[in-house]
Design a protein around this ligand. Structure first.
Ligand SMILES: Nc1ncnc2c1ncn2[C@@H]1O[C@H](COP(=O)(O)OP(=O)(O)OP(=O)(O)O)[C@@H](O)[C@H]1O
Ligand SMILES: [Mg+2]
Length: 288
């Protein structure tokens, strides 16, 4: 009997189903799911308030403890820490997608927030729709969209506004990683969110483009709360507050000038390796 027919003849009960259970990343039934995200009761209250006793993984591993901070309009925060320490998870918790742990998060009523991940999503729409994402309509004038494309150095894509063959799918293949990240910055310049969360969203940009993008955003959004996760030392100067996850899983909060730089790589213009996006290690050189 061939291997395939032997497999098909087996029934589920013949398998050792315990052996099939995932070993990592499982949900521990006893993990607390008490991170609650609420909207401020007072419409005038613009503060993002984080009171997180513990941030955990679904398999009940402690990531960070005792995060306590109130962020007011205009605050610019840089979050650093070792790869895998929980920086992106903190953003997931603020979005309401991560209940694992214990704590209270209060977001302002306006909920005018925007998150930029490392790899921007390009929806299956024309360029106007791609620029307006995540809104499902196009609230901007053509003039403003062209201006935003110029600011982020994508003027060579301006003819695509009038080309019905251009969609998120064609842009996905034609644009470089850095161009896609700049397109995401164009969305920010148009949407002008009151709270902006940037998760390593300049990883494919060289030092010059990174500084241009941050410069443009900081100038356009002086009164917004901006929280950046980054390993790039060059970005510190755009922020006022430093938050660092320590090896002891504490969140150390300080003025940016006093932030511990140990997890920041000197800017090299390349892509910082992360757990989410592992880089291949160079192969050891073998003598011929
Ligand atoms: N669904 C899940 N189940 C179990 N563990 C998870 C799950 N999602 C994430 N984790 C773990 O949580 C930890 C924190 O992940 P997170 O993405 O927040 O790290 P990070 O600090 O952003 O790292 P990096 O700098 O590499 O992006 C990691 O160890 C990750 O493997
Ligand atoms: Mg991350």
């Amino acid at each position: 009997m061939g291997l395939l027919s032997r497999i098909f003849k087996r029934r589920i009960k013949d398998y050792d189903t315990d052996a099939l259970k995932p070993r990592g990343n499982y949900i521990d039934p006893s993990v607390p799911r008490q991170i609650v995200v609420a909207q401020a009761e007072d419409a005038e209250n613009d503060t993002l308030s984080l009171r997180i006793a513990e941030l955990r993984t679904p398999d009940n591993r402690l990531l960070v403890k005792e995060i306590s901070i109130d962020l007011k309009p205009g605050d610019k925060v840089m979050v650093t820490g070792p790869s895998g320490s929980g920086k992106s998870t903190l953003f997931r918790a603020i979005s309401g997608l991560w209940p694992y742990g214990m704590g209270d998060i209060v977001v302002p009523q306006h909920r005018n927030l925007m998150m930029l991940p490392q790899k921007p999503h390009l929806p299956l729409m024309n360029l106007e729709g791609v620029l307006s994402y995540p809104l499902d309509n196009v609230p901007y004038s053509r003039e403003d969209m062209v201006e935003a494309m110029k600011t982020v150095g994508l003027e060579n894509y301006i003819p695509a506004f009038d080309d019905e063959n251009v969609t998120g799918a064609t842009l996905e293949t034609s644009m470089s990683g850095g161009e896609k990240q700049r397109l995401a910055f164009a969305r920010v310049l148009l949407a002008k969110p009151k709270m902006l969360f940037l998760d390593e969203c300049t990883s494919a940009l060289d030092v010059t483009w990174q500084a241009k993008m941050y410069g443009a955003v900081m100038q356009a959004l002086p009164d917004s709360v901006i929280i950046s996760i980054s390993h790039r030392a060059e970005l510190a100067k755009f922020h006022t507050i430093g938050m660092m996850i320590t090896d002891d899983k504490d969140m150390k909060i300080s003025d940016i000038s006093e932030m511990d730089q140990r997890y920041l790589a000197p800017d090299h213009g390349g892509t910082a390796p992360t757990l989410d996006d592992p880089q291949p290690k160079p192969k050891p050189h073998k003598p011929a």
